[in-house]
Design a protein around this ligand. Structure first.
Ligand code: ADP
Length: 169
């Protein structure tokens, strides 16, 4: 049974085995959580990302997949990068968003991570409505077959935190 915890704050301040990054497919950094992780984590993360790009993801990391790198200066052992789908009002991409959570947990299991922190994937620049993104996050983690002991959702602002708490009840 995986315990689910909620925290309001900056995910780069968390102390866990693995921090999940809402990356973009280039793996070369971006804004939002991605920017914050690279800023605080330092250049070692980008260096690892560049190597992964060269060895496996020349065309980019596909949406819904996940891959791990060092966590650099973060208080974690790994960063797990996953690429969320851009929200679409006309096409149902929720399977891809669920896949981000599931694949990140699969990678965490491979690494032997026991505690994993997630941001609310796709709910920033990628436009996913928080009250739907939180449902997919919670349902997917609850039904995941994983050895991860604790999943911590780290929500940047009060409103997102409240929506997640609502979803957990
Ligand atoms: P995406 O491109 O997947 O939408 P974003 O980084 O733009 O990713 O946003 C994802 C979510 O992460 C948003 O809800 C945003 O408010 C939140 N966020 C941004 N910075 C941080 C941070 N440092 N820690 C935790 N959450 C953050």
């Amino acid at each position: 049974m995986t315990a689910i915890e909620l925290v309001q704050g900056d995910i780069t301040r968390e102390s866990v085995d693995a921090i999940v990054n809402a990356a973009n497919s280039s793996l070369l950094g971006g804004g939002g959580v991605d920017g914050a992780i690279h800023r605080r984590g330092g250049p070692a993360i980008l260096e690892d990302c560049r190597k992964l790009r060269a060895s496996h993801y020349g065309k980019g990391l596909p949406t819904g997949q996940a891959v791990a790198t060092t966590a650099g200066n973060l208080d974690a052992r790994w960063v797990i990068h996953t690429v969320g789908p851009v929200y679409s009002a006309t096409e149902d991409r929720s399977g891809l968003l669920a896949s981000c959570y599931r694949e990140s947990l699969r990678v965490a299991d491979e690494l032997g991570a026991r505690t994993v922190a997630f941001p609310a994937i796709s709910t920033g620049v990628y436009g996913w409505p928080m009250d739907d993104g939180d449902r997919i996050a919670v349902e997917t983690v609850r039904s995941a077959d994983t050895a991860v002991e604790e999943v911590r959702f780290v929500l940047f602002d009060r409103q997102a935190y409240e929506m997640f708490s609502q979803q957990l009840r």
